[in-house]
Design a protein around this ligand. Sequence first.
Ligand SMILES: Cc1cc2nc3c(=O)[nH]c(=O)nc-3n(C[C@H](O)[C@H](O)[C@H](O)COP(=O)(O)O)c2cc1C
Length: 152
Amino acid sequence: MQKVIKKAIIHGVYIITAQAEGKKNGMTAAWLSQVSFNPSLLMVAIAPSRYTHGLIKSSGYFAINTLSEEQVEIAKHFGYHSGKTMDKFEGIPHFEAGHGSPVLKDALAYIECRLTNAVEAGDHTLFIGEAIEGEVLKPDKKPLLFVWEEFF
Ligand SMILES: Cc1cc2nc3c(=O)[nH]c(=O)nc-3n(C[C@H](O)[C@H](O)[C@H](O)COP(=O)(O)O)c2cc1C
């Protein structure tokens, strides 16, 4: 079934960021969707083993950074290494959104969310958050699409 799902379901590529207890981190995520219009709720599926998982639970906030098509190396940087063992933001230009979630200056767009629900679903947790702040930073860029063969 995974073979079919990999071709049938289309995703973008995002860096999900959070900051708690003075630690900031980000990880690449493709499994993300809007799930409500009013209020504006967004969902990202994150495995409990990710360092970012604990930071989101602690802070109660996370930011979604949308990557553009030339940012494959940024997706690999944040997706192949864990913040447990390194500072992934070293050398990456960024600023903090209103509730502290790091924002990549070169992202196509960002949205900071306040965590409203955390739902266990199989081997991932669905973090649902209300969009509270956001901006399109690079209006002329095209989004990066997730293609399994390009990353794994
Ligand atoms: C293109 C791509 C998409 C990914 N999508 C997800 C995802 O949706 N959910 C998830 O839990 N991990 C996903 N990952 C894996 C995490 O980004 C990876 O395990 C990362 O090292 C976790 O970092 P952290 O431990 O610093 O939080 C993806 C990785 C890549 C390269």
